[in-house]
Design a binder for this molecule. Structure first.
Ligand code: FE2
Ligand code: FE2
Length: 258
């Protein structure tokens, strides 16, 4: 696979919103006529508009969601590149580590590749969240929070039309769901069904990765600070203690706390 600049692409060569792994990182991509993978890098407004139009035509559910929350459809490519190179990649590394530690003591019902792929794609929906909300250097108000919270469903809907496996789609959709089902979106399975282990792994990896990164509204937290925050969530019933223990082990082995 090759990364090439999209400027040279002709209209009929565009096929946006395929998700693929390139050098261990997931990108939003389209293919050119030679079958090469092209990373959407922005800068060409005409191409971007056409791509958005094409994407909405293929995704009525996405269109509906954007209309409902009055979000102007545009792709936040800067966010995409930052997420793919940073947070989603890091979440993938943590999820892989936690999975392997847990697999040493139990037999997970899900395979490692599924957990890794879902982690690499989990925040894809953020490319449609307006950057003024995504990068607001202060606490989000109620309406902004509602918009921010649809990113997991947007990611799910975007990937659904791309032949991504159902197991991966589910993990993307519920990566903000908690063990006690207090997260979002509502867990639509049987009420008695426990939150599957794969979802718990992606969720804790996402949380830990986010805490260990600087945000526009706060500094990067230390390993201990991050683990203490997540321990509070164990006590609140949001995280299973075994999954938390696996994260602590992962952090002590692989997180150098810089
Ligand atoms: Fe997320
Ligand atoms: Fe995330």
């Amino acid at each position: 696979m090759f990364l090439v600049h999209p400027k040279r692409e002709s209209k009929k060569e565009i096929k946006l919103f395929g998700a693929v792994q390139i050098c261990d990182t997931a990108f939003l991509v389209y293919k050119n006529s030679e079958g090469n993978i092209v990373l959407k890098s922005g800068g060409d407004e005409k191409l971007q508009k056409r791509a958005v139009k094409n994407m909405l035509k293929k995704n009525p559910a996405v269109k509906q969601l954007l209309n409902k929350y009055k979000i102007k459809p545009s792709i936040n490519t800067k966010t995409l590149k930052e997420l793919a190179g940073g947070h989603m990649n890091e979440t993938c590394n943590i999820a892989k580590g936690v999975y392997e530690i847990l697999a040493g003591s139990c037999e997970p019902e899900i395979d490692e590749a599924t957990v890794k792929e879902a982690s690499m794609l989990h925040d894809l929906g953020k490319v449609l969240i307006p950057s003024k909300i995504l990068n607001k250097p202060a606490r989000l108000n109620k309406k902004e929070r509602e918009i921010m919270n649809i990113h997991s469903t947007l990611g799910y809907e975007l990937l659904k039309t791309q032949g991504v496996r159902e197991e991966i789609l589910e993990l993307v959709k519920y990566h903000h769901q908690n063990l006690n089902k207090s997260g979002y979106p509502e867990f639509e399975h049987e009420f008695s069904q426990n939150l599957p282990l794969g979802m718990q792994i992606v969720s804790i990896a996402d949380k830990y990765s986010a805490l260990r990164e600087a945000r526009v509204y706060r500094r990067k937290l230390s390993r201990i600070e991050s683990l203490l925050i997540l321990y509070k969530e164990v006590r609140e019933g949001k995280i299973h203690c075994s999954v938390y223990e696996a994260l602590v082990k992962y952090a002590s082995l692989y997180d150098s706390d810089v």
